[in-house]
Design a binder for this molecule. Sequence first.
Ligand SMILES: Nc1ncnc2c1ncn2[C@@H]1O[C@H](COP(=O)(O)OP(=O)(O)O)[C@@H](O)[C@H]1O
Ligand SMILES: [Mg+2]
Length: 319
Amino acid sequence: MTVPAIQIEDLTKDYPAGFLNTKKKRSLESLTMQVEEGEAFGFLGPNGAGKSTTMKLLMGIIFPTSGSAKILGRPISDVEMHKDIGYLPEQPYFYDYLTASELLDYFARFYGFSAAERKARVEKMLKKVGLETAGKIQLRKYSKGMLQRVGLAQAILHQPKVVILDEPMSGLDPIGRREVRDIILELKRDGRTILFSTHILTDAEMLCDRVGVIVGGKLQGVGRPDEIVGLKAQGMEILFEADTGNAKTAAILAKAAKSGSRYALHVPEESLYLTLDELKAAGAKITSVAQIKPTLEEYFMHLVEKDRAQAAAIEVHGK
Ligand SMILES: Nc1ncnc2c1ncn2[C@@H]1O[C@H](COP(=O)(O)OP(=O)(O)O)[C@@H](O)[C@H]1O
Ligand SMILES: [Mg+2]
């Protein structure tokens, strides 16, 4: 049996909160999930859901209140193991007066590459993230998008087996997002494991083998993007054309919604054939039959609203 690339067990994080930090705020609650080797896993959730907290815990930047995690089969406290990991923080901060080349060279020294190797690797990375012409410019003159790319170059410079990217597409224009997406796809083709967080659902749908949805510190579901959405099948939609003057169609038209020159009727899956027969008998022309699937976006909003309703209920009844 192969070991998962990332294994998270019952991970909980409380931050001190309130006046004099005497209270605690639970930001992550008993998170258990795993990311398989070679998988691109999207960690989805609205702001404040606990995505960055999870990633910082995995990187050993903050420490769990309880629970544990392993990366490549080794505990997250294992310093050696971290050489095989690349990390892009949510808001990468770099020393302003360095150029991108200098910064990447500085990081490359950590990994013990020779001078010649460093030079080749830095050039290759700058090219990969589309900064080959900007490499000699000081970082203080960079736009947010350019800094994000330097951060990405820094994260993959040492060809890590596991890449953890916190909102890699944030602050980028559509072209920048596309470029980051291509880089992630390339990492995937190379067989690397990628865990990235996002609140941009289309990016996740396009890139991920699986997604985990987290809201209010709690994991709400894990699965393939289409599976996650398919969790609540919503019946069938029949589009048809019908003659409004026909007395037979009147009953059916009363239940249908007009959509342009056609009508749309939503029915539960089990009554599909019966309805089609009725429509045929009424002389309607059926133009399409399709499954009604909520988008990932709709699923996501549904979870967020559920969580808000629960939180409100606790506030009312809790004390
Ligand atoms: N250092 C901290 N001290 C106190 N609360 C924090 C700290 N960092 C994050 N939080 C809180 O923990 C929750 C989760 O935050 P975070 O992990 O950054 O969410 P996300 O990355 O999904 O937007 C939020 O409510 C946030 O306010
Ligand atoms: Mg975050």
